[in-house]
Design a protein around this ligand. Structure first.
Ligand SMILES: Nc1ncnc2c1ncn2[C@@H]1O[C@H](COP(=O)(O)OP(=O)(O)OP(=O)(O)O)[C@@H](O)[C@H]1O
Ligand SMILES: [Mg+2]
Length: 308
């Protein structure tokens, strides 16, 4: 079943089109990431899907419930949890009180509330500080409380708007692992992120958004589609004889960076040995042969560039 189904979803703020005609699906149990530059419409998309703002046109369904339909909105709110980009906690209340308050709002029974609050605060390494007012917390600690808050009513679908933006590398890792754990429990996760490495590590599929949805793909496919893999042959000393020998084998592309030859090949595993042989026969002394794959960062910039 698709947990999220979006069709031609559009949001305008006056003259500005913030989100233009999005169509995509997210399967139950999937981790779906939305990547895009500032102002791309990521937060706007999440806000629409969480029933916080209305859409201008198009359709969306969450677990079969229709967005913007009064009766369905309530059902949608019950089955989703949101970690927003600005965490907005009650500063004068403690971490525990914040979570307890939300639990009550969602009508979680007291015993379940207690159990879940303890579980999450321990998990996120905040149990020691449970009684301190949130105003004394660092940004990262507040972020963690917001994560616990989003989970208190045991939602099936979780939205994270840049969940690790304020976190140090260690806390970011805790949060990422936590997200993967939620996935293992069968939750569906929708995440906005600027962190390309993060998207690559935790997402099953990534959509690249810049007002319009430019592409949706697995991290691996995205990388391959835009770049493919390349072979780098590094020699002790580059010369024209080596280059001529390599050109003779007709690689799909060839560039030279100092003493490295960078090749794109149709079938690298079959062709690499021939290229190595050619370099050696031309008198080249090979120091390294390496596979180069583009990081998601390069891929992402390239997709954005191509659609400018
Ligand atoms: N309430 C609003 N009123 C008017 N314009 C808005 C409003 N909210 C967002 N926008 C505009 O919509 C566009 C998309 O904004 P949005 O916050 O969704 O981007 P984003 O991808 O989340 O960016 P960031 O990476 O900076 O968080 C921007 O041009 C923004 O100025
Ligand atoms: Mg945003």
């Amino acid at each position: 079943m698709n947990m999220i189904e979006v069709k031609n979803l559009t949001k305008k703020f006056g003259e500005i089109t913030a989100v233009d005609n999005l169509t995509f699906q997210v399967a139950e149990g999937e981790v779906f990431g939305l990547l895009g530059p500032n102002g791309a419409g990521k937060t706007t998309t999440i806000r629409m899907l969480c029933c916080l703002i209305s859409r201008t046109s198009g359709d969306a369904r969450i677990a079969g419930y229709q967005l913007g339909n009064g009766a369905d909105s309530l059902a949608i709110r019950k089955l989703i949890g949101l970690v927003p980009d600005n965490v907005g906690l009650y500063e004068e209340l403690s971490a525990y009180e914040n979570l307890d308050y939300y639990g009550k709002l969602y009508e979680c029974p007291e015993a379940q509330r207690k159990e879940r609050i303890e579980y999450f605060l321990k998990m996120l390494e905040l149990w020691d500080k449970k009684d301190a007012p949130v105003s004394d917390f660092s940004k990262g600690m507040k972020q963690k409380v917001a994560i616990a808050r989003a989970l208190i009513h045991d939602p099936r679908l979780l939205f994270f708007d840049e969940p690790t933006a304020n976190l140090d590398p260690e806390s970011a890792r805790v949060v990422r692992e936590f997200i993967l754990k939620l996935k293992k429990e069968g939750k569906t996760i929708f995440i906005n992120t600027h962190n390309l490495d993060e998207a690559q590590r935790i997402c099953d599929r990534i959509g690249i958004l810049k007002t319009k949805l430019l592409t949706v793909n697995s991290p691996e496919e995205l990388e391959k589609r835009v770049w493919g893999s390349r072979t780098a042959i590094q020699v002790e000393k580059m010369n024209n004889r080596i280059l001529a020998a390599v050109k003779k084998l007709k690689p799909k592309s060839l560039s030279v960076e100092e003493n490295r030859i960078i090749l794109t090949l149709a079938d690298p595993q079959r062709e690499n040995p021939d290229f190595v042989q050619a370099v050696i026969s031309a008198g080249g002394r090979i120091q390294y042969v390496t596979e180069l794959t583009a990081g998601l960062e390069e891929t992402y910039l390239k997709v954005i560039e191509e659609t400018k």
